[in-house]
Design a protein around this ligand. Structure first.
Ligand SMILES: [Zn+2]
Ligand SMILES: [Zn+2]
Length: 241
């Protein structure tokens, strides 16, 4: 029994290790078109085609608005984070790439995006924090994709990476599976912070922002623990139709 449990936990980590070893030995090619690519997992031609965020967007949540004014949702109830930095709209083929990072351990994407986010994040933050996974989910997957992105973002910005202060206290169902109204209840009180963040400006990192409920709840927790500002950094943002 004990043996089978330890095997289950070790397997994703081992797969992850093999993936990394393989990708360091093979010549790199673009994950989208297969062309040889110097170092990046996406070649410059494909990179230019990735879906951009709308020019006119809500300054708080980046969703599309007519003249760049605050969107209705943020007017009714502003989020607890102060701003978002995002690289792309969440659409094809960014969704495919995110899937490659999240479920196929293409960790070169974490470095690629972490470094790009560092280039667009011009705020004076004091620490970088990934959105945590519940330990059970972490054991299944073998790694936390948000931590992998946060690692490179922190390194590029020369900021401390804080991977332990924010924790997830219980597993939750993926937000995308739930109707809008159930999402807040699914997450209520799900994060806990183990550090006094008095006066800190936290860069909170996640892969995709869908409705913003998860980042909002995490930012709320950080502010309850004293954070003065929370800036969210995500690879992609889902736009409302
Ligand atoms: Zn390509
Ligand atoms: Zn908004």
């Amino acid at each position: 029994m004990g043996k089978s449990i330890s095997t289950q936990v070790a397997a994703p980590g081992f797969r992850h290790f093999c993936q990394q070893l393989l990708s360091s030995l093979l010549p790199s090619s673009c994950l989208l078109c297969g062309a040889r690519s110097a170092a990046a997992p996406v070649c410059p031609d494909c990179e230019r085609e990735l879906p951009a965020l709308p020019d006119c967007h809500c300054p708080l949540c980046l969703d599309r608005t007519t003249h760049g004014e605050r969107c209705g949702a943020c007017q009714m109830q502003p989020p607890h984070f102060d701003r978002i930095h995002a690289l792309h709209a969440y659409a094809f083929p960014v969704d495919h790439l995110v899937h490659q990072l999240k479920y196929a351990a293409h960790l070169a994407l974490a470095r690629y995006w972490g470094e790009q986010l560092a280039g667009t994040t011009r705020v004076a933050a004091s620490r970088v924090m990934p959105l945590p996974l519940h330990p059970r989910r972490l054991a299944e997957r073998g790694y936390n994709q948000s931590l992998e992105i946060a690692r490179w973002l922190a390194r590029s910005l020369q900021l401390p990476l804080d991977r332990h202060s924010l924790i997830k206290t219980r597993p939750t169902r993926p937000q995308a599976e739930l109707p809008l109204r159930a999402r807040k209840a699914n997450l209520k009180g799900v994060f806990e912070c183990r550090e006094d963040l008095e006066g800190e400006h936290v860069l909170l990192v996640d892969d995709v922002l869908t409705t913003g409920t998860t980042l909002d709840e995490a930012a709320r927790t950080l502010k309850l623990h004293g954070a003065a500002q929370v800036s969210a950094c995500v690879v992609a943002r889902t736009l409302r139709r």
